[in-house]
Design a protein around this ligand. Structure first.
Ligand SMILES: [Zn+2]
Ligand SMILES: [Zn+2]
Length: 476
């Protein structure tokens, strides 16, 4: 009985851990590795095992760094159940199809270059056919309902408070040798959210863990003090008013799934309280529009405030308010380029690595009346990170250079991840009533992991390990 760490090991993305139990192989997550293009391409294509050798998959949540390589797994021969909550499955439906489209478009660009160099073209990592076929393998199980994967392996999803459908996964594994022994409990944290997250229910604690696979994205950092929900709302209010007064545009690069809905929800609260100027707000991302519909269909994930908003708001829709427009069509998106009216544009991708947000940046980044508000994590080397850090005066967008005259800021309180303090608390509560033998820290850079490992040990929690890619944690 063991776990092998194949992704998000000493790095944040590409979550993928393999449980070996009684001859069966169960994969926890199968995420895309995101990073420098060449390395990412190779890593995502070359799975460390044959898809056909995997018996089942358990998916913690639909974020692409957790679900995005499932179609590659299918492509390499995997045929078996993929267990997820229904909200995760519904989000994954749109996200995997969208990801397939991105894979196909990305490869066209690469192949154009290769053709010039007379090199053989690459195949896309996967296309919409593989994504659709992967979706047929999903089996949905709701939170709090135990289910059996194989004889001797049972599982349960718990709220993770990180995104719609996100789970902390409890796995109980019968002993391989002693039939009457107490099962070994492995808790896979998934991505750990925060109790202040808008829309979503708070994270739940799973007790009695013997082994823990724990994310530590922010293991070395605390979110700014003013990271409460109300502060994020106040900041949005202020920056929107300034944009309106300047007759400028506010561009919010945001992930289509999760962050976009949180921002819309906060804007809705402001609008309900008549605290917004009569500015137009556009959500310009087809994926975001689809994801918003999924959010509307999963009240089982809502916290009380969201449920009350559905019940008591006039329009019964906390993801809509007057002045808000969801855009699918390209022409409508393009029309925003020529519009002189002040407006708010929420668009993807969140890290400005592609998508419609690049057009909006290109058209507005040189104007001093433009504001750019980042609303989430920006990975190193991305355009989003460069802009957020202000490390370059001129940036390249679609091969052309632009002077950065826009005012750039960062929305506090917009992280979907627990910070160091929350993580420590999570570890304490999760280990409190058990006899934890090991905590494996994943989903973090090495420096963050090392700081958090020390902190755990100082607090007499653990022992904690920081597995590298391919390392194993033997369980008894
Ligand atoms: Zn996530
Ligand atoms: Zn993640």
């Amino acid at each position: 009985m063991k776990v092998q760490f194949w992704g998000a090991a000493q790095t944040v993305t590409g979550s993928m851990h393999l449980i070996h139990h009684n001859g069966k192989r169960i994969l926890l997550d199968c995420g895309l590795y995101q990073g420098r293009r060449k390395e990412a391409f190779k890593r995502n294509r070359e799975l460390p095992f044959d898809g056909s050798s995997i018996d089942a998959v358990v998916l913690s949540h639909a974020h692409i760094d957790h679900s995005g390589n499932l179609p590659s797994l299918y492509r390499s021969g995997f045929r078996g159940p993929i267990y997820a909550t229904s909200a995760s499955r519904d989000l994954a439906a749109f996200m995997l199809m969208d990801s397939a489209k991105i894979q196909v478009n990305d490869i066209k660009y690469v192949n154009k270059k290769r053709k010039r160099k007379k090199q053989k073209p690459f195949e896309p990592l996967y296309g919409s056919e593989e994504a659709a076929a992967t979706l047929r393998e999903f089996r949905t199980i709701e939170y709090g309902h135990p289910f059996t994967i194989f004889e001797g392996v049972s599982c349960q999803f718990h709220f993770a408070g990180h995104m719609l459908g996100a789970s902390t996964v409890e796995i109980n594994l019968d002993s391989e040798t002693e039939p009457n022994a107490k099962p070994t409990r492995l808790v896979f944290s998934g991505d750990i959210g925060r109790s202040e997250m808008p829309i979503l229910r708070d994270p739940q604690i799973v007790e009695g863990a013997d082994y823990i696979i724990m994310e530590a994205t922010y293991g070395n950092r605390e979110h700014a003090k003013n990271s409460k929900d109300g502060d994020a709302r106040a900041m949005l209010k202020k920056i929107i008013q300034e944009t309106w007064d300047d007759r400028g545009k506010l561009i919010i690069p945001a992930f289509s799934v999760g962050r976009t809905q949180e921002i819309v929800y906060r804007l809705n609260q402001l609008a309900e309280g008549n605290q917004l100027p009569p500015i137009k707000v556009f959500v310009d991302s087809p994926l975001a529009v689809n994801a918003t519909d999924v959010f509307r269909g999963h009240p089982e994930c809502y916290d009380d405030a969201m449920v009350n908003a559905v019940l008591y708001e006039d329009d019964g829709d906390p993801l809509h308010f007057e002045g808000l427009r969801y855009i699918r069509k390209v022409e409508e998106s393009k029309a925003l380029n020529t519009s002189k009216e002040p407006c708010v544009i929420i668009s993807a991708s969140g890290m400005c690595e592609g998508g419609r947000v690049l057009h909006h940046l290109k058209n507005n980044i040189e104007k001093p009346t433009t504001r750019i508000l980042f609303a989430g994590y920006q990975a190193p080397h991305t355009l989003g990170r460069i802009l957020m850090d202000g490390s370059l005066d001129r940036v390249k967008i679609y091969g052309e250079e632009y002077q950065v005259n826009a005012q750039v800021s960062h929305l506090q309180g917009s992280s979907g991840h627990a910070d160091q303090k929350n993580l420590l608390e999570w570890a304490r509560e999760t280990t409190e009533k058990g006899d934890v033998k090991k905590i494996a820290l994943v989903h973090c850079e090495l420096d963050s992991a090392t700081v958090f490992q020390d902190l755990l040990h100082k607090n007499k929690l653990g022992p904690a390990i920081i597995p590298a890619k391919g390392d194993e944690m033997v369980m008894s």
